[in-house]
Design a protein around this ligand. Sequence first.
Ligand SMILES: C[S@@+](CC[C@H](N)C(=O)[O-])C[C@H]1O[C@@H](n2cnc3c(N)ncnc32)[C@H](O)[C@@H]1O
Length: 258
Amino acid sequence: MEQTQDYDDKLVALLEVLWGDGYLSPGGDHETALVLDGLDLRGKRVLDLGCGTGGCAMFIAAEFEPAELIGIDVEAGVVAKANDNAVAAGLSDRVSFLQIEPGPLPFPDDRFDLVFSKDSIVHIPDKHALARELFRVLAPAGVFAASDWMSGSDAPPSPELLHYQQLEGLGFGLASPDVYFTALRGAGFEQVSYVDRTAWLAARSHVELEDLDGRLRPVIEARVGREFLDHEVEVWTALCGVFDTCELGAGHWRAIKP
Ligand SMILES: C[S@@+](CC[C@H](N)C(=O)[O-])C[C@H]1O[C@@H](n2cnc3c(N)ncnc32)[C@H](O)[C@@H]1O
């Protein structure tokens, strides 16, 4: 379970202007609520895998009233920021964030009732090992509910997809929905389901590209500098291309530990 890229200060600053404070992925509170649609989390123990700066976790804590929410992430900087955000929001009695090493999850068996994750598993190459860990840390009847980015198929990546990945510089572990289905079912999960969000995300990415190079340029350039922003405009241009061909996709996962 490796990750090679830093969500460093500049990238975090740009993403939070684009996607909202505390969010390093698109869709904000609304998309987080969709991932959790229909679940009752009152009094439950929740893990947020790849919590970033904590926007999803704090929204879940405030709106879904779990007993406890622990966010984990491999990046020290985002974890520190998430903990500051929890204190500022008055949620630090129920919400905490921990830096972890890639690899087995640092929790005992049956520790959580729900594992949530938003657009982070894409960075973890071994989906099978991860699915076994998710299954292990969930209690019986526990739920896995996640959003993620995936490859459209298991075909070798096109030059366009390789170009996007190289520009982005993120440690990608892209896999197809088929790999996720196999990994989750193989780990023992039941009622595994998937809702495709590619069309929504593709349309949204085009709007973001216009914003990055248009109305948001002054505020983002003031925070991250022109060179970095110009690079990210290139990244978004490549991103829109691979969403348009559906070589890159996104969607919501749900699975139950029997
Ligand atoms: C796209 S961001 C999403 C953050 C947050 N879930 C959100 O929606 O705002 C992906 C996050 O996954 C984290 N990450 C990458 N590899 C990880 C791993 N092996 N375990 C936990 N987190 C990881 C990154 O550091 C980053 O904060």
